[in-house]
Design a protein around this ligand. Structure first.
Ligand SMILES: C[S@@+](CC[C@H](N)C(=O)[O-])C[C@H]1O[C@@H](n2cnc3c(N)ncnc32)[C@H](O)[C@@H]1O
Length: 354
């Protein structure tokens, strides 16, 4: 099984990335390598026939060779027009699930503007792979190195977009107001019920604390008139408090357009959501929601990164003002692979912010 450091090694290895690119090209041409992509052993001859450098894959643990067959240690799935790498253990942060698809679908429906798209907590990059070909610049940030490694493998195998990966808490090295479009799908399971062996599952005590930090980070990095789509929960805390609703009101007060709607997770995951509420004495209700947010064309306030104190910085006394983010732009931004050169790159989106 491919472990997290093997994934990171693979994503940093140009030969392995090129091998993944070649597999992607063959998959886009037809079904010849679809068994290999789904993790079944196939003959070395078949791989050689299609120009796949198996040694480059075995050297970094992306494939195993037994006798005259080779087996890929990750899966490559078709998600619409995207090719997505799925790691065997998403506990390392390389998440890809039904909600990844919902996130991208919500973003496409609403329409995201500009040239730069950022996924905060990008995991394995599945949601980003569905959107990134529309943008000249796609950035994946995540606290998990293994997640970003899979995102880089996804970009290589998909071959239609460039990706920059940023290892950070939230997107702390991304400059203020620099991003046109942001998507995010942070963990939201209440801490007491999250499987703490699985990195990144807990959303904080009530499950909403981490998503609120993501929301504050979105407002920090969004350019004026930028847009964001966030999947999260709207819990009602025993006693009636609605932390997401409170945060949304604060944002609306300073000029953000914000819309919150239930997602179909409420129907599909009804049992799971009910069990989470029953298992959390301090939560009386919970809905899974999509938050659509549009930044005002002019912005005069910055929010703290602590989502529970989603307070306009300019109403805080000077001594209590939160530390400003210091930006160290490029060293932390690792450029992803260039797209396959003979692939005709999609026309960059010319849509502009209104
Ligand atoms: C449910 S996954 C979403 C992945 C991807 N956005 C998608 O929808 O397919 C949540 C991701 O958030 C990341 N994450 C958790 N805490 C984070 C933090 N403090 N900063 C950045 N990323 C974080 C996890 O590592 C995980 O990859």
């Amino acid at each position: 099984m491919t472990e997290s450091c093997a994934l990171s090694r693979a994503a940093a290895d140009t030969s392995a990335l090129e091998a993944m690119r070649q597999i992607g090209r063959v998959l886009r041409r037809g079904r010849s390598l679809s068994r290999f992509a789904s993790g079944e052993p196939v003959s070395l001859d078949l791989l050689r026939l299609h120009g796949v450098p198996v040694d480059a894959l075995t050297a970094v643990g992306l494939a195993d060779v037994v006798g005259d067959s080779a087996q890929l240690q990750v899966r490559i799935e078709r998600w619409g027009s995207a090719l997505v790498v799925v790691a065997p253990n998403d506990g390392h942060g390389a998440y890809a699930g039904a909600d990844s698809l919902w996130l991208a679908t919500e973003a496409m429906r609403w329409g995201l503007p500009g040239d730069r798209v950022l996924d905060i907590g990008a995991g394995g990059g599945a949601a980003l792979a569905l959107l990134a070909p529309r943008f000249p610049r796609a950035i994946a940030s995540d606290i998990s190195l293994a997640g970003l490694a899979v995102a880089r493998l996804t970009a290589a195998v998909d071959g239609r977009f460039r990706i920059a990966t940023v290892v950070s808490d939230l997107a702390s090295t991304v400059p203020d107001r620099s991003i046109d479009s942001v998507i995010a799908n942070p963990p939201w399971v209440p801490a007491a019920l999250a499987d703490l062996d699985v990195a990144g599952r807990s959303g904080g005590v009530h499950g909403i604390e981490l998503p609120l930090r993501f929301l504050a980070e979105i407002t920090r990095v969004l350019a004026p008139s930028g847009r964001s789509v966030l999947l999260t929960i709207d819990p009602t805390i025993s006693g009636g408090a609605r932390p997401l609703v409170d945060a949304v009101r604060k944002l609306q007060c300073v000029g953000y357009e914000v819309e919150v709607r239930p997602t179909r997770a409420n129907v599909l995951f009804a049992d799971a959501i009910r069990r989470l509420v029953e298992g959390s004495p301090s939560i009386s209700d919970m809905r899974h929601v999509v938050v659509r947010l549009a930044a005002p064309a002019r912005r005069s306030v910055t929010f703290t990164a602590d989502g529970l104190d989603l307070v306009p910085a300019d109403v805080l006394p000077a001594t209590a003002a939160p530390p400003r983010h210091r930006h160290r732009p490029d060293p932390a931004v690792v450029e992803g692979p260039a797209p396959y050169t003979s692939y005709s790159a999609p026309t960059p989106s010319k849509r502009r912010r209104s």
